[in-house]
Design a protein around this ligand. Structure first.
Ligand code: UTP
Length: 302
């Protein structure tokens, strides 16, 4: 029998992106380029590489560019064919990937949990992936982290599995932070159970330095939990709070830690966006070499 798999992913891309203004005034932050590709294309390619053929993007006003990006463009393709521009045609081959894209609009950005709830009917009775559209997961091979997360989810019998990364103690207030059930050395490469999860704890009050890293495998129970989760102090529905409710209901919730060779790039603020851009531009097979030479020369001035 083939191993159980996940075939659907919900990708929320409806947030306002205020931390990246003015760049995001009229352009979705998920369309910001990291090297030669917009962030959300990396996310879609990661899902494709992990074998997930159906993607629901939760969009909103001012997010039309995302839908256009994944759509075929016959005029542009014909112009490139006339010009014999094979290289550019190859760069646009992602629009012909065989993945089915679905779109729905979040009426207002009322929080990540509210955005995910729009995917309830799409997910149906199966576990689904939630992949934030503003974060890139860099792994040993494309999609390898997500494949491992899915396998871990089924192996542990979890109701929800969250990817986590180590963050500095001073940064915990930016993230959802998990509390492992067992004290002591935490495994890498296998899931571990959680006793709690807290959204943006105060520095000094966090149960660990393990932050939720933009990827989740969620059984359909999450939608019941989201419907029963109270809004936070800003009137938003938080996915972390709904996962916390699953734990309080006694459901098995697990975390899976990023391996040292893997990295999460958060494109939600300028500091980490700039770092992501530099890393991906330097790794670019076509332009990385000249950028490296330029940066080496410039290093004398910095
Ligand atoms: P963030 O938590 O970074 O929020 O969203 P944001 O609103 O986009 O950004 P700031 O805080 O205003 O700078 C994480 C992911 O969840 C999506 C975002 O589009 C992003 O991909 N999201 C967030 C939604 O789809 N809807 C929401 O209501 C909030």
């Amino acid at each position: 029998m083939p191993p159980p798999s996940v075939v659907k992913a919900i990708v929320p891309v409806a947030g306002l992106g205020t931390r990246l203004l003015p760049a995001t005034k009229s352009m979705p932050k998920e369309m910001l380029p990291v090297g030669r590709k917009p962030v959300v294309q990396y996310v879609a390619e990661e899902l494709q590489a992990a074998g997930i053929p159906q993607i629901l993007l939760i969009t909103g006003r001012r997010k039309q560019a995302i839908e256009d990006h994944f759509d075929a463009d016959p005029e542009l393709t014909a112009a490139l064919q006339r010009a014999g521009n094979e290289r550019m045609l190859a760069d646009l081959a992602y629009t012909d990937s065989g993945t089915r894209f679905f779109y729905t609009r979040q009426a207002e950005p009322r929080g990540l949990g509210d955005a995910v709830l729009y995917g309830a009917e799409f997910a149906g009775n199966e576990p689904c992936v939630v992949a934030l559209g503003d974060s890139i997961i860099y792994g040993e091979r494309p999609g390898s982290t997500l494949r491992a997360l899915v396998a871990g989810h089924f192996a542990s019998g979890a109701c929800a599995t969250v990817l986590v990364e180590d963050v500095a103690p001073d940064d915990v207030y930016r993230y959802g932070i998990v509390a492992p059930a067992d004290a002591g050395e935490l495994p890498i490469g296998e899931p571990f159970r959680l006793r709690d999860i807290v959204e943006k704890p105060r520095v000094g009050a966090a149960p660990s330095c393990l932050a939720v890293a933009a990827r989740y495998i969620l059984n359909p129970d999450i939608f019941d939990a989201l419907r029963q989760t109270p809004l936070d102090s800003r009137g938003e529905l938080q996915l972390t709070d709904a996962i916390r409710l699953l734990i309080q209901w006694g459901r098995p919730v697990y975390a899976w830690r990023l391996r040292p060779s893997e990295q999460r790039y958060d494109i939600g603020n300028f500091e980490s966006y700039f770092r992501a851009f530099v890393d991906f531009a330097l790794a670019d097979e076509r332009y990385g070499y000249t950028l490296r030479k330029y940066l080496k020369a410039r290093a004398y001035d910095i």
